[in-house]
Design a protein around this ligand. Structure first.
Ligand code: FES
Ligand code: FE
Length: 451
């Protein structure tokens, strides 16, 4: 029984959040249990593990996890902790191996997680049952069109049920071509002293901050940009001439979408968008045929931010995928990957990787700006009086629009629908008795109308 009243910490009607959810250490410990130990979490992509023995390391909450394709071709995930005393059995970030050998006393596990060898076994142990001492597996690992997810929950929804109608939008990235997409190269990793929820809701829904918070970066983009740099996400470079009509946010609980819907503005940040736009126009007819008008014409190439609860963001149009890993209540790591359809020409892939680095890489001009705000919002409640304040996300509440795709849509990307939905889902998950109860019934947008 939690000592916290999560119904009060998030007030969905008034769109208020208590600041304690960003700094309170005990709430953070409950998040690890209620959210990261039960939700489906992104682990990696098939393209990173093409052959038997290929592995990568990632995190599920703060649990260090190895994801590996075994000799039998199956992808599994295991805690990176030796069954003997808990030392890490893998220190590399990725690679290929037949065995993970613990550096402490030398126990060795094969790439299917079985304990394969124990030094001096015959002489020092009586009846050691190796079959019970394999690496601890992640309870369920499932794959949606190349995307590998895992959950520690034995019960609860399967991955496809968890993604629900969000799959309709994810397919714009995952199923635009018969070959599918791939993650290119290795991720950028940055650790920032802020609470993990802030970069998530910023990336999935905060269209409001872009022209103001990134004004300096946008001026750089305006200088080097040959794309649609006069207007970024509907907002003029000088914060004038605002017009985000035609753009929208969508709640597909527990997930969210923000999209410019114009089929091209994702390349506004590119200094060399020409080959990207040419490639997009080349493939668009086949994508329209494959995915239909809405997704092929409007969503393809638009800047579309897909938020998969809790910590995965896929940004179509900027061609990047980010995972936010919590590192305590006041710190997180963001891992940013470049992505493209497998059939993308190498020249275009090179441009994508370069621009992901320039914008959201370790020294990216946008990542650095956002890091400052997340740090300040996380740590200002160290002061007792500041701690009593609340955050407010009331913009465009109750404003709805007709939309041909799944979910409840609200016009404009300068809107706080996605952020409200994120915190509503955070609240549901913190309150849910079991993993079977974490999926919502309806978006909160439906439940209350108040301009
Ligand atoms: Fe791994 Fe002892 S802790 S072999
Ligand atoms: Fe930003």
């Amino acid at each position: 029984m939690s000592k916290f009243d999560y119904n009060k910490l998030i007030d969905n009607e008034a769109a208020l959040q208590s600041r304690s959810i960003f700094w309170e250490p005990e709430i953070y410990q409950e998040e690890l249990k209620q959210i990261f130990n039960r939700c489906w979490l992104f682990l990696g992509h098939d393209s990173q593990l093409p052959e038997a023995g290929d592995f990568l390391r990632t995190y599920m909450g703060e649990d260090d996890v190895i994801v590996v394709r075994g000799e039998d071709g199956e992808v599994r995930a295991f805690l990176n902790a030796c069954s003997h005393r808990g030392n890490k059995v893998c220190h590399a970030e990725w690679g290929k191996t037949k065995a993970f050998t613990c550096s402490y006393h030398g126990w060795a596990y094969d790439n299917m997680g079985e304990l394969a060898a124990v030094p001096l076994e015959e002489s020092i142990y009586d009846n050691l049952d190796r079959s019970k001492l394999g690496l601890v597996p992640v309870a369920r690992v499932q794959n949606y069109k190349g995307m590998i997810f895992g959950t520690f929950a034995e019960e609860g929804p399967d991955l496809v049920e968890y993604l629900g109608d969000m799959a309709y939008y994810l397919d714009v990235v995952l199923d635009a071509s018969p070959e599918g997409m791939e993650l290119i190269g290795t991720p950028y990793r940055v650790e920032i002293p802020g609470n993990w929820k802030l970069p998530v809701e910023n990336a999935i829904g905060d269209g409001y901050h872009v022209a103001w918070a990134h004004a300096g970066a946008m001026r750089v983009v305006g200088t080097i940009g040959q794309g649609r740099s006069e207007s970024v996400l509907g907002i003029g470079k000088d914060n004038t001439g605002f017009d985000d009509s035609g753009q929208l946010q969508i709640a597909i609980p527990p997930h969210t979408i923000l999209s410019t819907l114009d089929g091209q503005s994702g390349y506004a940040l590119y200094d060399n968008p020409g080959p990207c736009i040419e490639h997009l126009e080349r493939v668009r007819p086949s994508v329209v045929e494959r995915l239909g008008e809405v997704r092929g014409k409007q969503l393809l190439g638009s800047e579309t931010h897909m938020g998969v609860f809790p910590n995965l963001q896929i940004i179509q149009g900027l061609n990047l995928l980010r995972v936010i890993h919590p590192k305590g209540p006041g710190a997180f790591e963001v891992a940013t990957y470049s992505m493209a359809d497998k059939n993308t020409p190498d020249e275009v892939k090179d441009i994508i990787v370069k621009h992901v680095g320039q914008t959201f890489g370790s020294a990216g001009i946008l990542e650095g700006d956002d890091g400052d705000f997340t740090e300040a919002i996380t740590h200002s409640p160290n002061g007792y009086a500041t701690r009593q304040m609340k955050g407010w996300l009331g913009m465009a509440k109750g404003r709805t629009m007709d939309w041909d795709g799944p979910g409840e849509a609200s016009p404009g990307i300068v809107n706080e629908l996605c952020q409200r939905e994120f915190y509503a889902q955070w609240q549901r998950t913190m309150l849910a008795e079991s993993a079977s109860d974490i999926l919502p019934q309806a978006p909160i947008q439906k439940e209350s109308v108040n301009g």
